[in-house]
Design a protein around this ligand. Structure first.
Ligand code: NIG
Ligand code: FE
Length: 415
């Protein structure tokens, strides 16, 4: 019968194949790039990768043959840290931020995350679905084929459930695949301001088991930060979530160097995210225990903060991924290509390192490395075709959308 689809005449094909562990150090920069390549797809998966017209003996009259017109092809991009589902927006805090009021101060005044909590509580399921779908459509248009989506704007069971159910529904009906994270420990609700312990007990004893039973989240995450959850509280919450069968993530060392990086290594988190203030010792420990450093340069850019020390992490062989952190406060943008450009301009990563960070290493950050993140036989046929002659051009020509076409599991979803 022949294969379902061949994409031929690929000018440069970045495969990212061959590693079962995340890329570290030099591996992030040394990429296999095939010229004049083709890819064959059957039942939504890659079945062959080769050069020139080598596909001729696997096609039949039923095979669709599409021409990549000499362009650049990469695995579908992965955004491994988003706060996709939320109500409202926070442009009302923009002037405050521009005048220098710190992010955490806005939160302490009852704004920031807590303001989005109020909007998310008020929003109906349909409001949240429609708004999140619009953002997901945008992400896909920028070449993103899988995302991680966090709850965390409810801080009580019903609203957390509402957010997680919206994300589940989107996963069912939208081409982009979603991976779900429970972030009930995103802020302390005002009513528990002086009684963290009581809120943490509700999180751990009521919300976490119910959400696990309903199979609404695979990961559990905590905002470990000065003025939010302490190291001890974060360790307690994450240990409890591990007992319930969650995999672990942590918002670590974003503003203050609290030891979040060290904690993520100690607990064996799948990823540790932000890390702008991570200590060198913390990075070494993360390298040792194989925690992915999921860096979010859009947040540094938008909050006008320093960037994480990605060069040091790569030198220490910490596996680095990059994500958007899309959210209404610290990074209101769905554009992962801009984040990649900040990977070069802000983090001083090379274009090849950046591409490793948003494909195979991002797949590791959400434990999907066996299914996505590289173009190799057996994986999902998720492809981004860029109107660009090479990887460097993608990062150098900034602020535009380079996408020519996107395929999700072998289906053309952006044209
Ligand atoms: O990853 N740092 C905590 N959480 C988000 C911001 C959420 C918000 O401001 O609404 C982040 O930056
Ligand atoms: Fe975040």
């Amino acid at each position: 019968m022949g294969v379902d689809l061949v994409v031929k005449n690929i000018g440069k094909l970045v495969t990212m194949r061959g590693n079962s562990s995340p890329r570290v150090g030099e591996e992030m920069n040394n990429l296999e790039i095939l010229e004049n390549a083709y890819i064959a797809i059957e039942n939504g998966k890659f079945v062959a990768i080769g050069i020139g017209e080598g596909y001729e003996d696997i096609v039949s009259k039923y095979t669709r043959i599409e021409n990549a017109n000499g362009l650049l092809v990469t695995p579908g991009l992965i955004d491994a840290h988003t706060h996709l589902v939320h109500g409202g927006s926070r442009e009302n805090e923009f002037s405050k931020k521009l005048s220098g009021v710190p992010y955490i101060e806005v939160l302490k005044q009852g704004g920031g995350i807590l303001s989005t909590v109020r909007s998310t509580k008020e929003a109906t399921f349909d409001n949240l679905y429609t708004k999140a779908k619009k953002s997901l459509d945008r992400m896909l248009e920028f070449g993103v084929t899988t995302i991680e989506s966090k709850s965390g704007y409810g801080l009580e069971l019903d609203t957390e459930l509402k957010q997680l159910k919206v994300a589940k529904e989107l996963d069912k009906y939208h081409p982009v695949d979603l991976v779900h994270t429970f972030l009930g420990a995103h802020a302390i609700p005002v009513e528990y301001k002086d009684n963290h312990k009581q809120f943490i007990d509700i999180l751990v004893e009521d919300m976490m088991p119910k959400i696990k039973d309903l199979d609404l989240a695979e990961f559990c995450d905590v905002f470990c930060e000065d003025g939010v959850f302490t190291i001890e509280e974060s360790e307690y919450i994450l240990n409890k979530s591990k007992e319930l069968g969650y995999k672990l993530k942590i918002h670590a060392d974003e503003i203050v160097s609290l030891g979040g990086a060290e904690l993520s290594a100690k607990l064996g988190c799948t990823s540790s995210d932000h890390l702008m203030a991570a200590s060198e010792e913390g990075m070494k420990q993360m390298a040792q225990s194989g925690v992915i450093a999921n860096i979010l340069p859009g947040t540094s850019f938008n909050l006008n903060k320093s960037y994480a020390d990605a060069r040091k992490m790569i030198e220490l062989k910490v596996p680095v991924s990059l994500s958007s952190d899309y959210n209404p406060g610290s990074c209101p943008s769905e554009n992962l290509q801009f984040i990649m450009q900040l990977g070069c301009l802000g983090l001083k990563m090379t274009p090849n390192e950046v591409l490793s960070a948003v494909t195979i290493n991002a797949a590791h950050a959400i434990d999907r490395q066996d299914e996505i993140g590289s173009i190799e036989v057996g994986k999902k046929a998720d492809l981004a075709i860029f109107d660009a002659p090479n990887v460097e051009y993608l990062m150098y020509h900034f602020g535009i959308n380079h996408i020519d076409r996107v395929y999700k599991e072998g289906q053309l979803v952006v044209d």
